[in-house]
Design a protein around this ligand. Structure first.
Ligand code: IVH
Length: 694
């Protein structure tokens, strides 16, 4: 029995690995999500019953382990080098000439690959199993970020043994190690964030009142720096492999082309497109072709990497202390333009964040006219030494909002003025504060005054926005007028203004006033998650609000939830749970909730459907019997239900688990007879994700 189950476990792990590879590496899903979940749960159940079967490369181990306090430092077995850069075809010619001199008389072959804009990491596999993943660091020593890298679904935790028949001819070169995989192989590549993923992440962060990332590279770097792998798992990271470190126990490939084929056969994602070139002309043609194609890749690339194909040739070229002599990065000029920085204004957001904005002399770049660009925060301003009156280079790249890249220092006249970043809110005059409210970085100054007109306007706009209460006409202009006229201050005031008051505002006709009021009225019956999201609670985005709506039937249930209960909900982490709890504990917010109730807003959740919830116990039925050592029956039931499970009073064939305590009676007998799985309190807690009873 156990042998058969063990066999099934191995089979499930292999199946899930193959489906992951098809989905994440080949982008060709091989089964439905539902079927995948079924297999995954079957694997989890087996591992639950046999914890000793869990190996570090099990598909269940992508997100595991507790948050770290810091990353251990690791020394690279083979140093991770950098690349020399160039922007000009002339320098490419010189580079080729230099290599030719080092390899006289040889016909040189080059490989051109996209230069992906992310972070280099080294992955070590021993006997095919991922044992270590590290950042480049200073090239000699990096951080051990294994747990974070494991969350990247396109990255195999276990290598595929390349099937001999399907393997490319070059694979014959590899004398197989005893298990058909090299004893040790270190592979290198780039971790990056996709452009759509970046865009969505920033939208979510903005709507949750969190600081936005400057660009996809920054977002990838910030994600990998997280000490809690559960946060990393939510970030849209990918990895592409393009190099090797240490290899033991098999004959290493002889060229870049062979190596890429090998990496692919082992299950890795390799560069989107590569070119083999034999002359400078071919190189420049490949670089130009890549430039034309890279915009459709769905991730940021900032150049082409030219590499000598032959590894033997590389050996003879050698390296300088910093970079190999056999490779070069050709960087594409970004879509940039020069213009004048006229002034800097400060925008105050809903959360009080003070964002400096460059007011520019309008300039045409990458298809449109730009007259404003973000300066991100005070630290960025200082770092780039941006002054009023400067000539600046602005850039528009991919999904990123226009930004000021640098000052044209040669054009400084001396008349430029250092911008004093305000220490007070330009809207209400409150003294600005700087704390790590959002966990990621402490560089943002904030207006702490919740009554600041800019923050009031921002809150109202957010409430009316399409993603929240979806009130037509509730845009920036109308909100500003309503606030100025003293008609509205908090969101519940919207439900008290009269059509006459709105119609009397400047540039507001009867008709648009009536439309707006109809929108306000309709918003009273919006689903609960929209209301929760609309409240603008720090860290609570639309996704989090939906997760709450699925878990709680009414706002009152949510109001009474403890941070521990909140954390048991998938999608709600420690930070979000604490923020929710703090918000709902504040008497001012409680009063607002009561006024919204009085105004007739819907507090019920249509998403709440215990059986269809998405928690890890979704679809599972439990029966509780006997006395559990720590949990009361109610507490045990609450835990099961909070994770999507169902608690039933009687045992049947459909029961998934019977949780048995002391003096369990007939239900236990029946479970035994029907072959239903029987677990104790510890088993239940383990199923609930190892959360301890309190
Ligand atoms: S090869 C010794 N190939 O660019 C050669 N690097 O500017 C090491 N990068 O640190 C790198 N795409 O983070 C190589 N196809 C590619 C690359 C690539 C992006 C990054 C990598 C490296 C940096 C050097």
């Amino acid at each position: 029995m156990s042998a058969a189950l063990r066999q099934r476990h191995t089979e499930l792990a292999a199946l899930l690995r193959a489906h992951d590879h098809a989905y994440y590496v080949l982008a060709q899903p091989s089964i439905s999500d539902q079927e995948y979940d079924r297999l995954y749960h079957e694997l989890l159940d087996l591992e639950q019953a046999h914890p000793d079967w869990v190996t570090p490369d099990s598909p269940s181990q992508r997100v595991g382990g507790a948050p770290l306090s810091e990353f251990p430092s690791v020394r690279h077995a083979v140093p991770m080098m950098s690349l020399d850069n160039t922007y000009s075809p002339e320098e490419v010619r010189e580079f080729v000439g230099r290599v030719q001199k080092l390899l006289p008389g040889e016909a040189l072959e080059w490989v051109v690959e996209p230069k992906v804009d992310g972070l280099a990491v080294n992955l070590r596999y021993e006997r095919g199993v991922l044992v270590l993943g590290a950042t480049r660091g200073d090239g000699t020593q990096g951080d051990d970020i294994t747990a974070n890298l494991k969350t990247i679904r396109s990255l195999p935790l276990q290598l595929q043994a390349p099937p001999p028949a399907a393997a490319p001819v070059e694979l014959d070169l590899f004398a197989p190690s005893p298990v058909g995989l090299p004893a040790v192989v270190e592979v290198r590549g780039e971790v990056y964030m996709t452009s759509p993923g970046f865009k969505k992440l920033n939208q979510d962060r903005e709507s949750a009142g969190e600081d936005k990332f400057i660009n996809p590279r920054n977002a990838a770097a910030g994600s990998l720096k997280q000490l809690d792998p559960r946060i990393v798992a939510t970030r849209p990271l990918e990895m592409v492999l393009y190099g090797l470190g240490k290899v033991e126990g098999c004959r290493p490939p002889a060229s870049q082309v062979e190596m890429l084929a090998w990496l692919k056969a082992l299950g890795f994602k390799t560069p989107e497109r590569t070119w083999v070139c034999r002359s400078v002309e071919e190189l420049m043609a490949a670089i130009a072709e890549l430039d034309g194609r890279r915009k459709s890749f769905g991730y940021e690339t900032d150049g082409a990497v030219i590499k000598l194909n032959s590894f033997a040739g590389r050996e003879r070229c050698g390296s300088t202390s910093k970079a190999p002599r056999w490779a070069m990065a050709y960087k594409y000029a970004a879509e940039q333009a020069e213009t004048a920085l006229i002034s800097i204004t400060i925008q105050v957001g809903r959360t009080g964040a003070l964002t400096p904005v460059a007011e520019l002399e309008p300039v045409f770049v990458a298809g449109s006219t730009v007259s404003r660009a973000t300066l991100h925060n005070e630290e960025e301003l200082r770092r780039k030494d941006i002054r009023l009156g400067d000539r600046v280079i602005i850039e528009k790249a991919g999904e990123v909002i226009p930004a000021v890249v640098r000052v044209v220092m040669e054009k400084r006249t001396g008349a430029e003025k250092v911008f004093e970043f305000p220490r007070a809110c330009p809207e209400c005059g409150s003294v600005a504060t700087r704390d790590s409210a959002t966990g990621e970085g402490t560089v943002v100054w904030r207006c702490p005054n919740t009554d600041c007109p800019a923050r009031i306007r921002g809150r109202l706009e957010h409430w009316c926005s399409r993603g929240a209460m979806d009130i037509e006409g509730g845009g920036e202009v109308l909100m500003e007028q309503l606030v100025k006229a003293g008609l509205v201050r908090e969101v519940d005031d919207l439900y008290r203004v009269s059509v006459g008051e709105v119609a009397a505002l400047e540039r507001m006709g009867e008709k648009s006033a009536a439309n707006f009021m109809a929108g306000v009225e309709a918003s009273k019956s919006r689903d609960l998650w929209r209301l929760i999201f609309g409240l603008g609670i720090l860290h609570v985005g639309a996704g989090g609000a939906k997760a709450l709506g699925k878990t709680f039937a009414t706002l009152d249930d949510l109001l009474h939830a403890s941070p521990a209960q909140l954390q048991e909900i998938g999608d709600i982490g420690e930070v979000v749970a604490a923020s929710l709890h703090a918000w709902f504990s504040d008497p001012i917010n409680r009063a607002l909730i009561n006024r919204l109730r009085a105004a007739g807003l819907n507090f019920r959740s249509a998403l709440h459907n215990p059986e269809a919830r998405l928690g890890p116990l979704a679809g599972r039925t439990f029966v509780l019997t006997g006395t559990l050592p720590n949990l009361t029956r109610e507490a045990a039931a609450a835990r099961i239900e909070a994770l999507g499970g169902r608690v039933s009073g009687s045992v049947s064939k459909k029961t998934d688990y019977v949780v048995a305590g002391a003096e369990a009676g007939s239900k236990l007998d029946k479970a035994e007879k029907l072959g239903v799985k029987i677990i104790d309190e510890a088993g239940l807690l383990a199923l609930c994700g190892g959360v301890q009873a309190q």
